[in-house]
Design a protein around this ligand. Structure first.
Ligand SMILES: C[S@@+](CC[C@H](N)C(=O)[O-])C[C@H]1O[C@@H](n2cnc3c(N)ncnc32)[C@H](O)[C@@H]1O
Length: 258
């Protein structure tokens, strides 16, 4: 994925459709799931936490308030970072910066915990991101992510037809995430199913937009690339086929840097 495609991954979540649907946390589970993430990560008052792709800053403010820890948020979107600044102004516990989660601008061993909520799936070079996270964590530090996972098989051809850079299009199977994270040095993986929270978002989409197809139609990049001339299938049908094959779920995955 080139820089402009990465940029559109950020722009997608700036769209009013996501605002209307999800409000402050741009993903399933809300702050209840963030509290679970923090508990699994062992966040405490003396922790230093990094939230990659921090969105509107809801999690960084929540963690600083609930746990008294220091938190740094990074996001690719100027708009998200501006929204964060409005929330954290004057705080000596929270800092945010605009930057790429694949290219973390921090010294090695800076953080006790790295959190990634519904953002790892968006990153085109997941190995680069995983190596960066491992580098900035202290020994014994934890990465805890919550994200879409695929529970079915999707062909590369079908994946290539989804043109908008959403979490769903970039998601992997849980065992692929664990394999990557172990390859870059993490150990002690722990997996928890949170697919109910994803179902809840699908229900909210249905209530707010009439159908998932309507919602996807609202998004700036449109749902899918049309298949070649001469095929009867529409772009929406490609999207539906992707969802049917992928059987998306939602999971919490935690790993430790030994
Ligand atoms: C689904 S939203 C999740 C936001 C936040 N973690 C939350 O829980 O509300 C994805 C976020 O990833 C950001 N993003 C996308 N690609 C990024 C990248 N390469 N580096 C940093 N942030 C990125 C977007 O701007 C957006 O704020």
């Amino acid at each position: 994925m080139d820089g402009s495609a990465k940029r559109s991954a950020a722009e997608l979540y700036e769209s009013c459709a996501f605002d209307q649907l999800l409000g402050e946390s741009l993903r399933p589970g809300g702050l209840e799931l963030t509290a679970r993430v923090a508990d699994i990560a062992g966040v405490a008052q003396n922790s230093t936490v990094l939230d990659i792709a921090c969105g509107k800053g809801t999690t960084v403010v929540f963690l600083a308030g609930e746990y008294g820890c220091k938190v740094v948020g990074i996001d690719l979107s100027d708009k998200m970072i501006d929204l964060c600044w409005l929330k954290i102004r004057g705080s000596d516990q929270v800092a945010v910066l605009r930057g790429d989660a694949e290219d973390l601008p921090f010294r090695a061993g800076s953080f006790d915990v790295v959190i990634s909520e519904c953002s790892f799936s968006l990153l085109p070079d997941k190995e680069r991101a995983a190596r960066g996270i491992e580098r900035v964590l202290k020994r014994g530090g934890k990465l805890v992510m919550t994200d879409i996972i695929l529970r079915g098989e999707v062909s590369q051809e079908l994946r290539g037809q989804i043109t908008f850079a959403c979490c769903l299009a970039g998601a992997w199977r849980a065992k692929e995430y664990i394999g990557l994270l172990e390859r870059v040095g993490f150990r002690s993986s722990y997996l928890e199913d949170h697919s109910t929270e994803l179902t809840q978002v699908a229900y909210q989409i249905g209530m707010a937009f009439g159908s998932i197809d309507n919602f996807v139609g609202w998004l700036p990049q449109g749902p899918c690339r049309r298949k070649g001339e001469g095929t009867a299938r529409t772009s929406t049908e490609s999207y539906q086929e992707f969802v049917r094959a992928a059987r998306p779920g939602y999971a919490l995955l935690a790993v430790t840097k030994p």
